[in-house]
Design a protein around this ligand. Sequence first.
Ligand code: HEC
Ligand code: HEC
Ligand code: HEC
Ligand code: HEC
Ligand code: HEC
Ligand code: HEC
Ligand code: HEC
Length: 242
Amino acid sequence: MVGAAAMVSCATVTRTVVAPPSIPGAEFVGNQNCAQCHAETVRDFKTSSHARLMAKGDNAVQLGCEGCHGPGSLHAQAGGGKHNILNPRRDSETCFACHLDKRGEFNLPHHHPVTEGKMSCADCHHPHKGSAIAGGGTQLATERETCGKCHTAQVGPFVFEHEAIREGCTTCHKPHGSVNRRMLTERNSTLCLKCHFQQQVSAGVVRIGGRDHAASLTRGSCFSGGCHEEVHGSNIGSSLRF
Ligand code: HEC
Ligand code: HEC
Ligand code: HEC
Ligand code: HEC
Ligand code: HEC
Ligand code: HEC
Ligand code: HEC
């Protein structure tokens, strides 16, 4: 049996401290031990976001590889194995131990099904090498890779591309969870009007993108009601209607 990590709060100070993950009967052995068999991972780890976890001193041992995988002595003695070491791909609790706020995001009404076990933090985050936020930045190239693995229809390519996509999927979507349907950052036309200026030209004339939208705005959000339903891009027309 392998136990998940737990968050404990320290009564004497206001900060919370994180209890390292535990595996009954196992002890912490340190990254150098792991390096015997996982040399490449240990070498690359220096470049990872989580390399910041590596402090100097005795406690550092528990915060390297074993901060996520739990104490590795039994695993190392056995020469490997799956049931004597934690793998956060199968259990996101390990990540929540340090990123407690993320549990709340995955409990919002519309969320990626990570806690349901249908996908893993590791589908979007690189634990061992380079930035942990794979494609979380503003580059389409990296998000095409991360989000496009599963959502091919939204990344295109399209004949009529919506330039907004270049800013990245997270311009409009929360990656973990949201109170809004489709995990949108805003539930209505505010989402679009952040970039598309709305101008009251005269009584009854509201101009957006060079056209009068007064009548359309009464029909619902920009991306519903038969308007710009193909927000990600279209192969039919630049108005992103179909
Ligand atoms: C003596 C060699 C050896 C050492 C030392 C070792 N491992 Fe492993 N490890 C293996 C082998 C072999 C596998 C593949 C096991 C399998 O597929 O059944 C493995 C698999 C794993 C896995 C994947 C388990 C899974 O769920 O599939 C993790 C995680 C892991 N090791 C972490 C570590 C960490 C962390 C350390 C250091 C504390 C470490 N290993 C030390 C040999 C080793
Ligand atoms: C931030 C948490 C975290 C840290 C720190 C971490 N790992 Fe991992 N490790 C993971 C996750 C998540 C997976 C599952 C990756 C996947 O399935 O794509 C994993 C998978 C593995 C595996 C299984 C094979 C693989 O690559 O999928 C091995 C072996 C492993 N880790 C070794 C290590 C070693 C050695 C270190 C220290 C240098 C380390 N890990 C540090 C989170 C971590
Ligand atoms: C032992 C504590 C600990 C564990 C366990 C842990 N993290 Fe982290 N994580 C950190 C710290 C510390 C940082 C750096 C925060 C900072 O610098 O602001 C971080 C940063 C991150 C970042 C942001 C990286 C960046 O470049 O800004 C991501 C994404 C992340 N962690 C994901 C994960 C995932 C996924 C897991 C589980 C596989 C995990 N973490 C497990 C402590 C942890
Ligand atoms: C669908 C992809 C996806 C999944 C699954 C995912 N993340 Fe993220 N995560 C992202 C993206 C993209 C960002 C960058 C945030 C942004 O740009 O708004 C991010 C940012 C983060 C950050 C750093 C910034 C912050 O908000 O504090 C942490 C920590 C993090 N994720 C932890 C996790 C953990 C823990 C899990 C699993 C329980 C997880 N993520 C699952 C895509 C994902
Ligand atoms: C490993 C596969 C995977 C990756 C990677 C992934 N997603 Fe998802 N996504 C899913 C699954 C599974 C669902 C839930 C679908 C369902 O419930 O029908 C989902 C749902 C969504 C939804 C809501 C769809 C709806 O019908 O309500 C949006 C929006 C979304 N993802 C955006 C993103 C973004 C943005 C990224 C990159 C940061 C991303 N996804 C990365 C698998 C993935
Ligand atoms: C300009 C804002 C915007 C950007 C950028 C954006 N989306 Fe969307 N996305 C939306 C809107 C609005 C919807 C909801 C459409 C509706 O009403 O169903 C949506 C819906 C979705 C859905 C649900 C299925 C569907 O097509 O309705 C998925 C999956 C999705 N987006 C993934 C992505 C991915 C992946 C990216 C990055 C390549 C991305 N989105 C970029 C606005 C955006
Ligand atoms: C991050 C900024 C941004 C966001 C958010 C955004 N757009 Fe765009 N959109 C652009 C840019 C840039 C262009 C190309 C220049 C232009 O036509 O204004 C564009 C072009 C368009 C076009 C094509 C205009 C034409 O006739 O060629 C439509 C339609 C459109 N956007 C609709 C939407 C809708 C609907 C939303 C909300 C779901 C939205 N946009 C959100 C930046 C954005």
